[in-house]
Design a protein around this ligand. Structure first.
Ligand code: FAD
Ligand code: SF4
Length: 473
């Protein structure tokens, strides 16, 4: 498309390049080809600095996008990075995996006026990669050490973001995680083709270098109790995400007839990291794969199955394309890679022979007229059921909180099991215990986990400083 700028018409590419679908299917590396400096600057220069920063308003971190785009376009990437780092503890990660089509880029004025949006996410990821490559990422060196300690449960983006901010203020921070690696879903959930693991590890390494302690392989509620952590630390922050998979309720579903999405993705991530061997249960090579669900997790499963060499991959989603919760960008990527989408298809039964799953029976659905102010509902089309053959059925139906929090009688929860916190304070019902991220919001986005981790850290800082003032008074 062409855009009039300063009286001349310029032609700009819409997207930074990605590898061909054929090449992508052969491995688990990121599909985006990093832009050259010239391309990134060109993209950044497409920002018209429209005066109303819709992109910034749509970003959960309120990133100062117009400013760092301008600085990038002016060949001042180091300064642009400084601005980007003020509001975000992991711009290079958000730049890679935010659903920008629903956030900053979706709101870009160019997009609203029929032009292609500035590719904000890819410029952000490029800036981060430049910063790490050129040594612009500042180490954490607090101006003064403080004696108070904070124990964080969960080394996902919420816990890591909070640790970063708290340690910068000089607090003594320990992160507990039941996994053997830090990163949460950034490491074991999200596949390498969206986010390569070294990108996460260098953030973790920076925290270790800055003095954050990690206690890995430690499950709170099993290896150590919350009460013990509260005795050990002045403040505890709960950032343990949501991990209870929702399961299919359909005739024919036995305990071993389906594979849980996160187990499938974690296994592949472990293989990529060199921890795990191929096993039959999590292996799609030569098999017909059916994935049930329409969110980001389902998209990651179908695309993982393609890379494992599945004979066919079909995604069943009960609503239509417009109403699916996953990022539209990921659906396009999946389609390019050969995934077949059955929209308006609700699983009705699992079919099997000799205890081996052979397929999924699905009801064809249709959308009803919407009641005023309500979403359109779906109802089955009579007599339109159909069967999809399958050797593996992967359930990707979302997650609820695990019962960990429910074992703490004085920790107040919402009906759905998420932790109740003060909307500004992030304080739970337990004195000195705060919570953030998916454990509070329910399954959400990385950028929201980062925002909440950062905000909770600011509240914890305020809590300590208020206490210090009270003691002094
Ligand atoms: P998590 O990232 O879940 O981290 C929680 C940590 O707590 C984990 O490391 C866990 O091991 C640990 N933990 C849990 N219980 C305990 C315990 N009892 N004791 C000790 N440790 C514990 N979002 C996007 O923005 N873009 C995407 O592309 C995207 N893709 C996704 C793909 C998948 C497959 C999934 C499942 C989610 C995806 N999301 C995506 C959502 C995003 O990953 C989450 O919203 C985000 O990671 C939440 O961060 P968190 O820190 O709250 O929790
Ligand atoms: Fe866009 Fe996400 Fe970056 Fe915000 S954090 S500017 S929403 S890519």
């Amino acid at each position: 498309k062409t855009l009039k700028q300063g009286g001349t018409f310029v032609v700009e590419p819409r997207r930074l390049s990605k590898a061909s679908a054929e090449l992508r299917a052969r491995g688990f590396g990121e599909i985006t080809i990093p832009p050259s400096t010239e391309t990134a600057e060109k993209q950044a220069s497409r920002c018209t600095d429209c005066g109303v920063p819709f992109c910034q308003n749509a970003c959960p971190l309120q990133n100062n996008i117009p400013d760092w785009l301008r600085l990038s376009a002016e060949n001042e990437p180091r300064e642009a990075w400084r601005v980007a780092s003020l509001t975000s503890t992991m711009p290079e990660i958000c730049g890679r995996i935010c659903p920008q089509d629903r956030l900053c880029e979706g709101s870009c004025t160019l997009n609203q006026s029929g032009w292609d949006a500035v590719t904000i996410g890819s410029v952000e990821a490029w800036l981060g990669d430049q910063a790490f490559a050129n040594g612009w990422v500042e180490p954490i060196r607090p101006a003064a050490e403080r004696g108070e300690t904070v124990g964080i449960v969960g080394a996902g983006p919420a816990g890591l973001a909070a640790a970063d901010r708290l340690r910068c203020e000089g607090y003594q921070v320990t992160i507990y995680d039941r996994h053997d690696r830090a990163g949460g879903l950034l490491i074991y959930g999200i596949p390498g083709f969206k986010l390569e693991k070294h990108v996460v590890q260098r953030r973790v390494d920076r925290l270790i270098d800055g003095g954050v302690q990690f206690v890995l392989g430690c499950e709170v509620g099993k290896d150590v109790t919350l009460t013990e952590l509260r005795d050990r630390h002045d403040v505890v922050l709960l950032a343990m995400g949501v991990y209870q998979p929702r399961i299919l309720s359909a005739p024919g579903r036995g305990p071993d007839s389906t594979v849980a999405a996160l187990s499938y993705l974690t296994h592949q991530n472990r293989r990529d990291l060199g921890d795990a061997e191929q096993d039959g249960w999590h292996e799609a090579r030569g098999k017909r794969v059916v994935v049930i669900g329409g969110g980001d997790t389902a998209m990651d499963c179908v695309r993982t199955a393609v890379r494992q060499g599945a004979a066919s991959v079909t995604c069943l989603y009960r609503r239509d394309r417009e109403n699916m919760p996953g990022s539209a960008r990921e659906v396009v990527n999946a389609e390019e890679e050969g995934v077949v989408f059955e929209w308006l298809a609700a699983p009705k039964a699992l079919l099997s022979q000799s205890d081996q799953v052979t397929g999924v029976r699905a009801a064809r659905m249709q959308l009803t007229e919407a009641a005023p102010g309500q979403r359109r509902d779906i109802v089955p089309v009579p007599g339109a059921d159909f069967d999809v053959p399958a050797d593996i059925v992967i359930e990707a139906l979302g997650f609820s909180p695990e019962p960990f929090a429910a074992h703490e009688p004085d920790l107040h929860l919402r009906d759905d099991g998420t932790i109740k916190v003060g909307s500004v304070s992030f304080a739970t019902s337990l004195p000195g215990v705060f919570a953030a991220g998916d454990a509070v919001r329910g399954a959400s986005l990385v950028v929201w986990a980062v925002r909440e981790g950062q905000d909770a850290a600011a509240e914890i800082d305020r809590y300590f400083k208020t206490r210090t003032e009270e003691v002094a008074a």
